[in-house]
Design a protein around this ligand. Structure first.
Ligand code: HAX
Length: 441
């Protein structure tokens, strides 16, 4: 057993004991009440999941094991001469619950390098798809093809004991994380770079190697990838991608199946696909207005037009946050440092000044502030990554760190099959008339 597994097991044993005690003493305590509006409106605010890796506060933003994004930028180990945290570090933090040392992060990098081989059939499966296929469809198809490699599926077929599930789950999680950059870069080069591929560079860290295999060797882009992969990794348990991965995993579907399910959710425009929608929307605005740097007045008119057509302003709003997303702020800082004069980045900042008051004035939007997706594309375009349909694949590679760390915890803590109760409107009406027995079983 490697050091990562040893540390994880020690923490899991301690946490299992804590949870047992907690449930013994407080298991019947109520944590909230559920209203009829909540069950009809996307279960907002219903506490119904445990997700150990991060916690989202409406005002504070995301905290990973208690650490905010600025704290992590300061405290997580960086690449040699690098300025941004290495995402291997946030994975360690989510998995083990403690900040990693430089050596811990180097260890994760080397484990991921060792596990990164992608079998040929995965590329053949991707190659069988038409070139016009959306990159997220190619990506999830590649992940599904990789499922042949699942340690957990094989161990389960052989009859592994429930108490040992976590170990092959962790092996699958590490293998999958190690292999995703290769799959993502393969899709990028196949679709956009004449099918000319770049072999991995065994000396680079996980995010640096992704940049390298995609064909982006500029130090600025590598730094951006490290930041990007760190800040997109997790956003507590209830968002669509995290929740779907956790839900499917609760049926003991292996990590490949569970992660693919989650990423199908990330591919929706109200979730991760919003990053492509933002740049598409800005490009369309620039085309329509005939300028690369629209004025605030022009942006305001364009926003009103978007709303009048019954569409959302992509990159704005959030189901939980009630402030500017700290992940937006981290990217804004990166922009100020590396490309303050870029007209597209400046347009993103102008949109930030214009959109919130307009959304507020509608009176129905709970959060008029930008989310993570409002900024990411403009930074990528700056380095030449203009193929915006690919952006959600980058998000998916990063999100693997959080949702797969969570799957390890789900199995280590023995969480059961997830199965909430649903109702029909007929049953609700009868219940309101006082006929409660109609709920069924
Ligand atoms: N533009 C226009 N209208 C918006 C809006 C926006 N950006 N955000 C919310 N609204 C509307 C909703 O559509 C809803 O309208 P109706 O009552 O007419 O249906 C109303 O305002 C109330 O919505 P809400 O309660 O404030 O927001 P929700 O929790 O229902 O939805 C969303 C949260 C993120 C889905 C929403 O804000 C949205 O569609 N934003 C644009 C898409 C986007 O940026 N998604 C990425 C979110 C972050 C993420 O997951 N990244 O991966």
């Amino acid at each position: 057993m490697g050091i990562l597994k040893e540390r994880f097991k020690a923490k899991a044993d301690a946490d299992n004991a804590t949870i047992k005690e907690l449930l013994k003493n407080h298991g019947t305590k109520k944590i909230g009440e559920v209203t009829l509006s909540q069950i009809y409106q996307g279960m907002r605010g219903i506490t119904g999941l445990v997700s150990e890796t991060s916690l989202l506060d409406a005002q504070d933003g995301i905290r990973f094991r208690g650490y905010s994004i600025p704290e992590l930028q300061a405290k997580l180990p960086k690449a040699p001469n690098g300025t941004e945290p290495l995402p291997e570090g946030i994975f360690y933090l989510m998995l083990v619950g403690e900040l990693p040392t430089e050596e811990d992060v180097q260890y994760i990098t080397s484990v991921l390098q060792r596990r990164s081989h992608v079998p040929n059939h995965v590329f053949s499966v991707i190659d069988a798809l038409p070139l016009s296929t959306h990159p997220m469809t190619m990506f999830v198809t590649g992940v599904m093809a990789l499922q042949t490699e699942s340690n957990f599926a094989k161990a389960y077929a052989k009859g592994i004991s429930k108490k040992d599930y976590w170990e092959p789950i962790m092996d699958d999680a590490m293998d999958l994380i190690a292999r995703l950059p290769r799959i993502a870069a393969y899709i990028y080069r196949r679709k956009y770079k004449n099918n000319e591929h770049i072999e991995p560079n065994g000396l680079l860290d996980w995010a640096g190697n992704l940049a390298y295999m995609m064909g982006y060797e500029q130090p600025g882009f590598m730094a951006l990838m490290r930041l990007y992969m760190t800040i997109h990794a997790d956003h507590e348990g209830g968002n669509v991608s995290a929740h779907a991965t956790h839900l499917v995993g609760s049926a003991l579907s292996d990590p490949y199946l569970s992660y693919a399910a989650g990423m199908n959710g990330l591919a929706g425009p109200l979730h991760g696909l919003a990053n492509q929608e933002v740049i598409k929307w800005i490009f369309e605005m620039r085309k329509e207005l005939g300028t690369d740097l629209p004025t605030k007045e022009q942006i305001g008119e364009y926003v009103k037009k978007t709303l009048s057509e019954g569409k959302v302003v992509p990159g704005y709003g959030h189901a939980v946050l009630r402030r500017t997303d700290p992940r937006f702020e981290a990217q804004m800082e990166f922009g100020k440092k590396h490309m303050p004069d870029d007209p597209l980045v400046q347009t993103v900042w102008n949109i930030y000044e214009v959109v919130p008051p307009i959304l507020k004035s509608l009176g129905k939007i709970k959060n008029p502030w930008p989310n993570v997706d409002a900024h990411s594309g403009a930074l990528l375009v700056h380095y030449g990554l203009v193929e915006y349909e690919f952006y959600t694949v980058l998000f998916a590679v990063s999100r693997a760190l959080g949702v797969l760390a969570n799957l390890c915890w789900d199995r280590a803590l023995g969480f059961p099959l997830e199965r909430p109760k649903s109702v029909t409107t007929r049953a609700v009406k009868l219940w309101l008339e006082g006929k409660e027995e109609i709920w069924g079983d």
